[in-house]
Design a protein around this ligand. Structure first.
Ligand code: ADP
Ligand code: MG
Length: 475
């Protein structure tokens, strides 16, 4: 029996206005090489200037992951040659990272918790992008990304299952989203993950040789790559062969060798001479601490224990901050937690999925939705008409009051007693046989009668009221 040992290196691209050591804007998907300065291109004579917002983002992340924040830190040069790195070195951190010794509690799908240590958090700059698939002969280079602020989070080798690693990555993703420091989007590369994995006989207290897997572009890819690599390493050990210390890449189905792993010596790290050490005063640290919002896992616990929501609902509601905030805004306007959760994870989620949109771009302000929810509570529209008919229209015309829409679509429920009684009598006299069966004890037929009356009314009869009257009449 073997077990896997996993440590993750996660890179978070910072959503600051400008790059970490250079003045140009942070962008995504713009025309190649249109956001590039002499600094990012490494022209001789240019000097880096540290972006304070990047330091603040890294410190806030360190605090959110329960790290010790350095009172002083400095940058180092990591020297290597690669076309996407025009300076010939990356400004990163080595000896004195911004934060270290953190600890988080993973929330696993079965509801259990699992602790994972954070070894270090460091601030560095991103590289440019090599485009291998744009031209049949040449690799093209886009330096828009070069110099964007990156935070690297290195975990301790504490994880033992692929599921734990996936939960870890999800934890980091929702944390950076709640802090508002990154989109945390793996497809677009604003969140990237390299997985270190080794295997060892179960019960052993030493680690085996590790392999680093790159090119994991989703949480599920991470899970599948780890399972694959675990099998591969176990088979090697069973066959009496060594696991090589190497970097491999996930191609979607298998891991394939990329290169032998460099060691730290190859990089000739030394302190960056163009940037002075940074001091984080207690006062500044206090301000940053105060700027940390309620974090997703605390909110999750609150949703489950205080509001009685299911953990499925709570998971969805704590994925990202604007979404959680919208939910909280509904509560603040007096909507019940259950009703708010079912609107969020029902029609709103479906709308965002269908339009491939995000909560930031959701057109309906919370108070507008609350007006619709009130119409349901006042029995002016039925729940199904509100969800299926009024809501889609309202999203397209957020300036209208839902009652205007309901009126225009002829969906306002009719509370005319005589008319309701007339429809009910019609339906009952048209179905004498069913009435008899119902009276003999087949209570399930009630739904049939309600449905028929609502249908006869053209959807204008309130199903709840119809049901109440039917029960009375058929008693
Ligand atoms: P490198 O410079 O080689 O990438 P780092 O210190 O940046 O090294 O990252 C090492 C990562 O590998 C950490 O996440 C650590 O937890 C993990 N790790 C270290 N040893 C092992 C091991 N034997 N098996 C699995 N993961 C390991
Ligand atoms: Mg590393």
């Amino acid at each position: 029996m073997y077990e896997m040992v996993i440590g993750l290196e996660v890179h978070v691209q910072l959503k600051t206005r400008s790059k970490v050591f250079a003045p140009e804007a942070v962008t995504f998907g713009e025309r190649p090489n249109s956001y590039v300065s002499w600094v990012s291109l490494g022209y001789p004579g240019t000097l880096p200037v540290l972006n304070k917002a990047c330091v603040e983002a890294a410190v806030r992340l360190g605090l959110a992951l329960n790290c010790e924040i350095a009172s002083t830190f400095f940058f180092s040069r990591k020297n290597y040659f690669y076309p996407d790195l025009p300076k010939g070195y990356q400004i990163t951190q080595e000896a004195a990272p911004i934060a270290r010794k953190g600890q988080i509690l993973l929330r696993l799908p079965d509801g259990s918790r699992y602790p994972v240590g954070i070894e270090r958090i460091q601030l560095e700059e991103d590289t440019g992008k090599s485009l291998h698939d744009q031209d049949p002969f040449d690799t093209l280079l886009d330096y828009n990304r070069a110099g964007i602020g990156l935070v690297e989070i290195v975990s301790e080798p504490d994880m033992r299952t692929a599921q734990q690693a996936m939960s870890y990555l999800a934890h980091i993703r929702r944390t950076v989203r709640f802090l508002g420091i990154s989109d945390g989007n793996m497809e677009e590369g604003s969140l990237r993950c390299d997985a270190n994995i080794s295997v060892r006989p179960l019960g052993s207290d030493t680690f085996g040789t590790r392999v680093e897997i790159k090119n994991l572009n989703s949480i599920s890819a991470l899970g599948r790559a780890l399972e694959y690599e675990y099998q591969r390493q176990v088979e090697l050990l069973r066959a009496g062969q060594p696991v090589l210390r190497e970097t491999r890449t996930w191609d979607g189905n298998v891991t394939v060798p990329l290169r032998e792993k460099e060691t730290a010596d190859d990089y000739r790290y030394f302190p960056e001479p163009d940037l002075p050490p940074v001091v984080i005063s207690t006062e500044w640290l206090g301000e940053l601490q105060a700027s940390i919002p309620e974090l997703p896992d605390r909110l999750f616990d609150r949703l489950v224990t205080e509001y009685g929501l299911t953990s499925e609902d709570a998971v969805l509601l704590t994925e990202d901050r604007p979404y959680a905030e919208y939910f909280l805004a509904l509560l603040a306007e007096g909507v019940s937690p259950k009703s708010a959760a079912s609107w969020m994870n029902g029609p709103i989620r479906a709308y965002l999925n269908e339009t491939a949109s995000s909560m930031e771009r959701f057109p309906l302000p919370p108070h507008r939705l609350v007006q619709l929810i009130q119409l349901i509570e006042q029995r002016k529209v039925s729940l199904s008409a509100a969800r299926e008919k009024v809501f889609p229209h309202l999203v397209a015309h957020p300036n209208l009051h839902p009652v205007e829409i309901a009126q225009e679509m002829n969906l306002l429920l009719l509370h005319d007693e005589n008319q309701l009684e007339a429809w009910i009598s019609e339906i009952l006299s048209e179905n004498p046989d069913k009435v008899e069966i119902y009276r003999k004890g087949k209570a399930g037929l009630l739904g049939f009668f309600v449905g028929q009356v609502v249908k006869r009314s053209g959807g204008k009869a309130d199903p709840k009221e119809v049901q109440r009257r039917l029960v009375e009449k058929l008693a």
